[in-house]
Design a protein around this ligand. Structure first.
Ligand code: SF4
Ligand code: SF3
Length: 541
């Protein structure tokens, strides 16, 4: 195996024996093979689209499979093998509908399951010899994975975009080319960012269309005395259906990690048995799931495969793009019917209530509409000097000790600064007592990682309010923590909006070659982080 798609990659260079995330070599290779098949499907479907007859099943298969290969979503050998078989079948059918001249191996190869392992070893990241081409191809691939995740969540709410599907497939086709050069790939990277903005805007429209605009909300972080189901990941449709099916059953629903912002939506917070948020960011789940006592549902990343002796091992349910051997899989919706959560609800009823690990509340709900409603107050606070600077500290959390930097940085920011956040990065500082400025909390949580879109909208609104011609003249510093590939699409989206001087930590991506890093530094002023002391001086200057 060779995988270097996330921030925790082994030795900061690449996982080669087993993933730090727990992904075994065989599964990593199968994911590479799935992506190879997906690229072949994209070639056929692009031709069909040109002919005006794109295959919808292929659109869905492509974004779903990209999502499956995102860090910490799917660890199941069986599930990914089945997906490859389904992909090969789909590819055969598409091949009957359209001819492709000079078809790449991605189109031509059609092996049996016995041949998967051998083929998989030849189609991964290292298939590309040139390190800069490889770096840019993977950068685009990872951006597409993030975009696919957002397309899937929006799709679950009935929002689809032919433009996004066309772009994703166009980009995948470009990635099959062995003659593509650095300049073309840089152009493709920027285009990926532009379409990332569209995908995030679409998901924002889907979420707010279905559940209303997030509003300032207090979320309980303690527990009640009923059995509970803990729901993790990012899919709000799954949560809504679970809430509907648990209503009146005596089972409470708690959110975990990236599901926390569900509490900010009027149409989700109205459920009285949406009891609170349990625990912290994804990487703490091994200890926190023990004491939850009830079943846990993963609707997307981040899963940490449990230890063999974990008490909660038989309480894990997965759905959507998730996969974990030994976990109970809840099938997709069919014929417009909701998913069937009866098994997990019955399971919860047999369990003890959760044991509390915290108490009190946290506040969030500062997505773009809510912040816009407060715009006058915010602008006034900036003009009067009460707010000196905003720090966008969105992104991901992770288990590396070096991420203590973000807690320390937040703690030591002066009292006239405000943190704008989104994603699970917030768990590094959202329970600190950082106070408020004239009633504006010093940590404004816009939501999940995909709601980073809100932060961009807020920046554009502030630019307008201050009559500036350049988004980079706002008093905003970007100090972003990344981990997986959704952070990659967020980064590319911000670059496409013209945001410069983004600081990325705790380490720069291993998949950026020295030359590609140089381009990002020269063209966009991207930089890493250093010590809290140094960065505070530098960023406040
Ligand atoms: Fe390693 Fe990250 Fe890939 Fe997992 S996803 S195998 S930790 S680089
Ligand atoms: Fe977190 Fe996995 Fe990225 Fe959605 S849940 S931000 S890491």
């Amino acid at each position: 195996m060779f995988c270097y798609q996330c921030q925790e990659t082994a030795m900061g260079t690449g996982c080669i024996l087993k993933g730090v995330c727990g992904k075994i070599s065989e599964v990593s290779n199968l994911q590479d093979l799935l992506l190879f098949v997906v690229r072949g499907i994209a070639v056929y479907n692009e031709r069909l689209r040109e002919a005006g007859t794109p295959c919808e099943e292929a659109d869905k298969f492509i974004y779903d499979s990209l999502f499956v290969t995102i860090t910490n979503a799917n660890f199941s050998r069986e599930n990914i093998t089945e997906k490859i078989k389904a992909g090969l079948q789909l590819k055969r059918e598409l091949g009957k509908r359209v001819a492709v001249d000079n078809a790449p191996d991605e189109c031509l190869w059609d092996g049996t399951e016995e041949e998967f392992a051998e083929k998989a070893e030849t189609v991964g990241v290292l298939r590309t010899a040139d390190e800069d081409i490889r770096s840019l191809k993977e950068l685009v691939h990872y951006g597409l994975k993030g975009m696919a995740a957002y397309a899937e969540h929006a799709g679950n709410l009935g929002y689809k975009s032919a433009e996004i599907f066309a772009f994703m497939q166009h980009a995948l086709v470009q990635l099959t080319r062995t003659d593509i050069g650095v300049e073309e790939l840089i152009g493709l990277t920027l285009e990926t960012g532009r379409h990332g903005v569209t995908a995030m805007a679409m998901l924002d429209a889907a979420n707010t269309g279905a559940y209303g605009n997030p509003e300032i909300s207090e979320v309980n972080i303690g527990v009640r005395n009923n059995p509970g189901i803990l729901i993790s990941g990012h899919d709000l449709k799954d949560l809504e259906e679970l809430l509907q099916q648990t209503e009146g059953t005596g089972v409470d629903v708690y959110t975990h990690s990236e599901m926390l912002p569900a509490h900010y939506y009027p149409q989700l917070k109205k459920y009285k048995h949406l009891a609170g948020n349990y625990g912290n960011a994804w990487w703490k789940q091994k200890e926190e799931f023990e004491s939850f006592n009830g079943p846990i549902l993963f609707t997307s990343n981040c899963i940490v495969p449990p230890r063999s002796n974990a008490s909660y091992k038989d309480r894990i349910y997965v759905t959507g793009a998730c996969g974990l051997d030994g976990a109970f899989y809840i099938p997709e919706r069919k014929d417009g019917q909701p998913k069937d959560f009866s098994a997990i609800i019955a399971h919860a009823k047999r369990c003890l209530p959760p044991v509390g690990i915290e108490s009190g509340t946290i506040t969030g709900g500062f997505a773009h509409a809510q912040v816009t409603a407060l715009a006058d107050k915010v602008v006034e606070a900036v003009k009067s000097g009460a707010i000196r600077k905003f720090f966008v500290m969105a992104g991901c959390d992770g288990r590396m000790k070096s991420r203590d930097y973000y807690t320390e940085f937040a703690r030591r920011l002066p009292a006239d600064t405000v943190i704008l956040t989104a994603g699970c990065a917030k768990y590094r500082y959202n329970k600190l007592e950082l106070g408020d400025i004239n009633g504006i909390p010093r940590v404004l949580d816009a939501g999940q990682c995909n709601d980073s879109y809100s932060l961009a909208v807020i920046a554009l609104k502030l630019k307008e309010a201050f009559g500036l011609d350049d988004i980079n003249r706002l008093p905003i510093v970007y100090n972003i923590a990344w981990y997986e590939q959704k952070a990659v699409i967020v980064l590319l989206a911000l670059l496409s909006l013209g945001v410069k001087q983004i600081h990325l930590g705790p380490t720069l991506p291993a998949f950026l070659s020295p030359n590609v890093t140089k381009v990002l530094v020269e063209q966009f002023g991207i930089g890493g982080i250093s010590s809290v002391d140094e960065d505070l001086v530098k960023f406040l200057a």
